[in-house]
Design a protein around this ligand. Structure first.
Ligand code: ITT
Length: 194
């Protein structure tokens, strides 16, 4: 079965494709069908933004849709970057610059607790949808030299998972998908579909 994924982020698409493959579910994103898709994410929570994306694509294609809104929430920064993770510090920054910005805002604060959050929606129709929201807890590394790893994307190099003694970017794809916010939410949705 193939289902729409309301995203323009190819990293998310790759991860969710792998997460849903045991359920024999393929996903396709709007750009693959030549559909321009860039809804305004005006919500105040991951869940609201996931619903906005799901509904916007459903309105365009009239078929079931999955949407993912996600980000990094740092305890000592009152949950920032949070829902602003994708463009934190300004649209033009690279991931490395955004990671450096979070580290500089945190400074030497001993409270390094943080988590990734993923709100995922399976949207069948305006009155029929399912939600899964899951975290991945870790600690923000102490400086850019400790921001290791080349896997994953975004803030993966700065979130350290003590159980694995590695950053998320140092995990294999399988390891990340097994424990991640997106992996857990995706499995919950996959079970509904599979
Ligand atoms: P779509 O809205 O098109 O799906 P996006 O990247 O703009 O793509 P979001 O608004 O949900 O998506 O923002 C997610 C951002 O949060 C993402 O760009 C990363 O900066 C960060 N993020 C989310 N999941 C992550 C992960 O698994 N690892 C590292 N960073 C992640």
């Amino acid at each position: 079965m193939t289902i729409w994924f309301a995203s323009g982020n190819h990293h998310k698409k790759k991860e969710l494709s792998d997460i849903l493959s045991p359920y024999s579910i393929n996903i396709k994103i709007p750009s693959e069908a030549g559909i321009e898709f860039n809804p305004e994410e005006s919500g105040t929570s991951f869940l609201e933004n996931a619903m906005i994306k799901a509904k916007a694509l459903y309105d365009l294609v009239g078929e079931p849709v999955i949407a993912d809104d996600s980000g990094l929430c740092v305890d000592a920064l009152e949950g920032r970057p949070g829902i602003h993770s994708a463009y934190y510090g300004g649209e033009g920054l690279s991931s490395i610059e955004r990671n450096a910005l979070v580290l500089s805002e945190l400074g030497d604060n001993p409270n390094r607790g943080a988590c990734f959050v993923c709100a995922m929606v399976l949207y069948y129709a305006p009155n029929r949808f399912f939600i899964a929201q899951e975290p991945l807890f870790g600690n923000i590394v102490k400086d850019m030299e400790s921001a290791r790893g080349s896997g994953g994307f975004g803030y993966d190099p700065i979130l350290y998972i003590s159980e694995y003694k590695r950053t998320v970017a140092e995990l294999t794809e399988e390891e990340k998908n097994r424990i991640s916010h997106r992996g857990r939410a995706g499995i919950a949705i996959g079970r509904l579909l599979g």
